[in-house]
Design a protein around this ligand. Structure first.
Ligand code: BES
Ligand code: MN
Ligand code: ZN
Length: 494
């Protein structure tokens, strides 16, 4: 389904639902007044009666709407006009689209709000398109009767003077929404369907469709690369590991390359340091970093941003078997650092260690890694905030500012030298866990050993990447968090 852009009057748009945003104490002028007139003044009466409040994301369906070409009207609250921003508009649009898509074969026409400060037509159109793409896709695709349905058709209504901006916004929002859905789908599918090989296949297909080159390293290539740390995690599984590299060269040949590195543990049982059943329940999500690296890199390519970006995904399954790596094992990472294993559940850092050092040696100039790395980060920042760690404040500031623009919550934690002391081992260069405290930071200090001198930001997405419940404005399961931030980083680099 391709989203159409139209300059039709709102009351002339044909669809099952006409979706119109309404602020608190709305200004009943312009298109809104014309719509009200077509409805014989019923909108202003609903406002007066207090039924149409305009509170953020509050829905008011008007099922009988004679005077409209659309069969029904869905008014969605935009909140206070002077508080409207991209995030709030997104929440309203997602709520409306998810409601429409809860029934089969529905079409919608979505009216962009007129003259709202704080939101350009292009941004509003991009957010609307993203909602139209993301909203109808649920985590319940394997139910016999899913609760979400593809839309039959979708049109974005824009004033004539905003048509070009709206078209550009819709194209951009569609690409971003599709990238988020790719990431979401990979995370939401069960671990029997998404394992290193099948992830790599899905990645190659998606890369080919986006015109991006893709390489897959298998067991013997990883051995040749001396990725002893990643391979140790993989060895307890019947599923062989993979490293996937997707490369997009949109910038000048001599321009710097951004490396996006993702943790791709397709299932984390904890290994011999076995998790509890409760702790393991959502561990299909432990490849969210890799799925995010893939989605973002392909979106950056499809948007044609003038930058060079390489995505690296380290894919393993952390399992229990007679061949599992053990506590007390000493691993030699690709860069020669020896690691004493003191907990097989601290496996993500072991996977990233080798992939980071590979990225450094393969032309990365700036690095961002993403990983569902530590429960400690969720304890520190809560479920909705990404932890930010870096060896370079300018680079951290660039990523933090991109997150702010994208409307994604991220917060930096310190990287003081003394945290590294906690990783000391009596028998190897380091051990793979710190002490009881500061676990998100000691994990980041561990990773720092593998990025050389390159500017590097580590994003711990253990909290925000996976939501435990469905909400009106977003589906539970994968959130595709940080996909938009990464695209924004690339946009500011170019
Ligand atoms: N994948 C987990 C971290 C995680 C926890 C992700 C909750 C998403 C939600 C990671 O591999 C892990 O097990 N980390 C351990 C580290 C510890 C053993 C030092 C943890 O956080 O407990
Ligand atoms: Mn683990
Ligand atoms: Zn893990």
């Amino acid at each position: 389904m391709e989203i159409q852009v139209s300059t039709q009057a709102w009351h002339e748009a044909e669809a099952d639902w006409l979706v119109v945003g309404v602020t608190e104490s709305p200004d009943l002028s312009g298109s809104f007044a014309a719509l009200d007139a077509s409805l014989g003044g019923s909108l202003s009466r609903l406002v007066e009666a207090g039924d149409l409040t305009g509170k953020l994301a509050e829905l008011l369906p008007v099922l009988d709407a004679p005077g409209l070409s659309a069969r029904r009207l869905l008014a969605v609250g935009l909140g206070k006009a002077d508080e409207l921003n991209g995030e709030r508009f997104c929440k309203a649009m997602m709520t409306a689209v998810r409601s429409v898509a809860s029934k089969k074969d529905r079409s919608l026409a979505l009216a962009l709000p007129e003259s709202l400060s704080g939101l350009s037509t292009a941004d509003a159109a991009a957010i609307a398109a993203r909602a139209i793409v993301v909203g109808p896709v649920g985590q319940d695709s394997l139910k016999t009767e899913p609760g979400h349905h593809p839309l039959a058709a979708a049109t974005v209504l824009t004033p004539v003077d905003g048509e070009a901006d709206a078209k550009a916004g819709v194209t951009k929002g569609t690409i971003i929404g599709e990238a988020m859905n790719l990431t979401r789908n990979l995370v939401d599918l069960p671990p029997e369907m998404i394992y290193p090989e099948s992830f790599a296949e899905r990645a190659s297909e998606a890369a080919a469709a986006a015109g991006v080159s893709c390489r897959v390293l298998g067991q013997s290539e990883l051995e040749a690369e001396k990725m002893g740390s990643l391979l140790a995690v993989a060895q307890g599984s019947d599923r062989p590991p993979r490293v996937v590299i997707v490369e997009y060269k949109g910038g000048k040949a001599d321009a710097p390359t951004l490396a996006i590195v993702g943790k791709g543990v397709t299932f984390d049982s904890g290994g011999l340091s076995l998790k509890t059943s409760e702790g393991m329940l959502t561990m299909k999500c432990d490849m969210a970093g890799a799925a995010t690296a893939l989605g973002a890199t392909l979106a950056i390519a499809r948007l044609g941003l003038p930058v060079n970006v390489t995505g690296y995904m380290g894919l393993v399954e952390n399992m229990v078997s007679g061949n599992s790596y053990k506590l007390g094992d000493i691993l030699t990472a690709r860069n020669g650092v020896t690691i004493e294993v003191q907990n097989t559940d601290a496996e993500g850092r072991l996977v990233l260690a080798d992939v980071l050092s590979y990225a450094v040696d393969n032309g990365a100039d700036k690095i961002i890694d993403l990983a569902t790395l530590t429960g400690a980060c969720v304890v520190a920042l809560g479920e909705d905030v990404t932890g930010v760690f870096s060896n370079n404040q300018d680079w951290a500031d660039a990523v933090l500012s991109a997150a702010k623009t994208a409307g994604e919550d991220a917060w930096q934690l310190p990287m003081f030298d003394h945290y590294a002391e906690l990783l000391k081992s009596d028998v190897a260069d380091c051990r793979n866990i710190g002490g009881r405290w500061g676990g998100a930071i000691t994990a980041a200090k561990f990773l720092e050993q593998f990025v050389g001198e390159k500017p590097w930001v580590h994003l711990d997405i253990a909290g925000p990447s996976f939501a435990s419940s469905n909400k009106g404005h977003r589906e539970g399961g994968s959130t595709a968090c940080m996909v938009r931030t990464l695209i924004e980083v690339a946009a500011t680099l170019g």
